[in-house]
Write a protein that binds this ligand. Sequence first.
Ligand code: BTN
Length: 329
Amino acid sequence: MNPFNPETTADRVLVFLRKKIGQPVEPKRLVKELKCSPENVVEAIGELRSWGYTIKADRNGRYTLTGIPDSYLSAEIAYHLGTKMIGRKIYAYQTVQSTNTIAAQLAAMKAPEGTLVIAEHQTRGRGRLGREWHSPEKVGLYCSLILYPKIHPTQAPGISLMTAVALAETINSYDEIDVKIKWPNDVLISGMKAAGILTELSAELDRVEYVIVGVGVNLNQKRSDFPSELRETATSVRIGTKEKVNRRQFLQRFLRNFEKEYFVFSKSGLKEARKNLLKYSALLNQEIKLKMGRKTIIGTVIDIDALGRLVLDTREGIIPFNAGEVSTH
Ligand code: BTN
């Protein structure tokens, strides 16, 4: 794990070098500014290099930061993030079974709201309906956020929907990309799945104790990186934009969008997000099949209402649905 800890010399050296990126810095200056020993500086530089930072030392012993690693280091995520609550505490791991599981453990121990749990790689990434979420190293985003919303448990699906809006807005900030939300919690690029949301909650009858919002995004996969069973249905942001994505920048944009959506949701529910849910909807005006357990309903999608329900025009009339698995063929 790599928690950003501004108390450690390595993170303080990093913050300093980050401000002077590309410029040589005298070790004497670091010793003076950070009030530490020359040995501490040497040790910190070694540690930063072991995390993947490129720090050149010249003949005069000056250090120049020239390269930032393409990984989810907590110091990098926190750098210029600018959110008030989301990501104020970050747990960044190399490998975990599932970030949702760790986030739930932290929430049970009352971790602060907005805590982010993120991993480079998941060995048991979980998807909806007991499916697996393919989580290979270096190409994706796998993270979970801890929330304590003051809502009734029946409003919890709204959190998945507002998360889908935050994801769609983030993906839409890249050029030339056709992003859609497939209710309730898939995000599509050019009709193929690029991201999924797994919201898990602990609740009493009338009160939510905590919500874990798990987000998986395919970012830098090429088509050949997907296992054969996913190749026809999955895509990535890179495939959509035809350019490699800076994963940390994507995450920061997502966290900012998420915070914006969450603050609005906390005040007024889905009223605001609904406009974007409709704007990005992959299903509006389409005839679909909605599978709920053994039952399948056929109808045309005419709305997503303020409670986040999918409203279908069916043979039995106009009916709003809370949940289900949608197919369009
Ligand atoms: C789905 O579309 O089925 C939801 C996929 C959610 C995957 C994410 S990856 C981070 C978090 N940890 C998990 O184990 N699952 C979610």
